[in-house]
Write a protein that binds this ligand. Structure first.
Ligand code: ACO
Length: 382
């Protein structure tokens, strides 16, 4: 029989493969456009809320007031954790990476859900909303516990951003900080079939369950080529030490063919519109919180990168200025990627459910390049 792979094309990073239809987000990588269900990201960042954006992504339309209230109430009814979950967060090693903590605790949500094996669309959506609601309490309270502080339970009247910051600090956040985080959550909520979203689709494609899909996505987002880049950006800025050292640092890295975290994107060859928004944001928050040097270093890196590799389409991506923004908000560096996950839960769920509605098992092939008919050599003869 002829080898079927002979008629197939090799597409190692799936850059040239469209794996289905989607109504969730539109990206024009040449013009630097991002829309969620047709609405420009800049408009959403200025006018929407994270809760409304979640509804939009899940339902392909904006809610009316009653629908938004009902959705928000449903989300908030999932904020708190069970006693067993609280005990589990407290039992985790304090030195654990928060992304691993999040992955573990989302898997634990599955253990507690009597509907885990209910594969109806309603049940899968309910699981997604459970994860979306519970994630802030998991991340914030793991951070509190590792700092030797008592946990803080979520309050039903807070939106996601306020709830997260209140649990993290134990205090009511300032309006500006809560708004800043809310906007960051909107900007990170969806982005087409990026690597972690693809992971959810692979899992849902096997008719597994939403918890399994999201734990796979969390593990995927963690990588430094994907969401993990925001933490690397911050470590890089701290390592550079000061504005005066930026040029040598960047040129040195480029001459050694090392990448600069927070730059480049598989789809965007113009500036990432999320980065444009976050840049303005990072500047004002850095100024308010005395982190001007961080912003100046970031600008310096951007200018040198533009001169050196701008022509190749290498520009700041969403992770570059979100690092300064989160740091200026007083967030621990290893919480940057979990916060990304807190938001991207929405996009993961939206795409996973879209796939659920029109499923086909994802099963690519590879070109086998190994031997055939190889002998099995007994152990004592090897
Ligand atoms: N710094 C310097 N040069 C870069 C960078 C960078 N950050 N990114 C790409 N390049 C260069 C490559 O060296 C390569 O140059 P060459 O053609 O001379 O060999 C060229 O640009 C193409 O790079 P690839 O890695 O092949 O592009 P790809 O589409 O595979 O990569 C990726 C996209 C993985 C995001 C890459 O730009 C990168 O590693 N960036 C740094 C990590 C990062 O910020 N990731 C977050 C992405 S956004 C997100 O996931 C939320």
């Amino acid at each position: 029989m002829p080898d079927a792979t002979a008629t197939m094309t090799m597409d190692k990073g799936l850059d040239h493969t469209i794996i289905g239809e989607s109504t969730k987000s539109f990206i024009d990588g040449q013009k630097g456009v991002l829309e969620y269900v047709g609405i420009d990201i800049d408009t959403l960042a200025r006018s929407s809320t994270f809760e409304e954006t979640c509804f939009l992504l899940l339902n392909d339309r904006l809610p009316d007031a009653a629908e938004l209230d009902a959705f928000t109430a449903r989300l908030r009814s999932n904020y708190d954790l069970s006693d067993r979950m609280w005990a589990a967060v407290a039992a985790l090693p304090p030195e654990a990476a928060p992304m691993h903590v999040l992955q573990t605790m989302v898997a634990m949500l599955a253990l507690e859900d009597p509907d885990c094996d209910n594969q109806s669309r309603e049940a899968e959506e309910a699981k997604a909303i459970r994860v979306l609601g519970a994630t802030p309490a998991i991340i914030a309270n793991f951070d509190r516990l590792r700092r030797g502080l008592e946990p803080v339970r979520p309050r039903g009247e807070d939106n996601v951003a306020t709830s997260f910051l209140r649990m993290l600090t134990g205090e009511t956040p300032g309006e500006a900080s809560a708004k800043a985080l809310d906007v960051c959550l909107i900007l990170h909520a969806d982005h087409g079939i990026n690597a972690s979203t693809f992971a959810t689709m692979v899992v849902m494609g096997t008719e597994s369950d939403m918890y399994s899909a999201i734990t796979a996505a969390i593990g995927t987002l963690r990588g430094p080529l994907h969401g993990g880049a925001n933490e690397r950006v911050m470590y890089m800025l701290q390592g550079i030490g000061g504005v005066g050292a930026v040029e040598d640092f960047v040129l040195g890295r480029l001459s050694r063919k090392e990448k600069i975290p927070g730059f480049g994107h598989r789809v965007y060859k113009a500036i990432d519109p999320r980065a444009t928004y976050l840049k303005t944001f990072a500047e004002s928050i850095a100024a308010e919180t005395g982190n001007e040097d961080l912003f100046r270093m970031s600008r310096g890196i951007e200018e040198i990168m533009d001169a050196q590799v701008g022509e190749k389409g290498i520009h700041p991506n969403v992770d570059f200025y979100s690092a300064t923004t989160y740091f200026s908000l007083g967030l621990a560096i290893d919480l940057f990627t979990p916060i990304f996950a807190m938001s991207r839960n929405a996009g993961w769920a939206a795409h996973a459910l879209e796939r659920f509605d029109d499923n086909r098992l994802i099963r690519p092939r590879c070109q086998y390049t190994g031997p055939h008919g190889a002998p099995y050599i007994p152990m004592d003869e090897r």
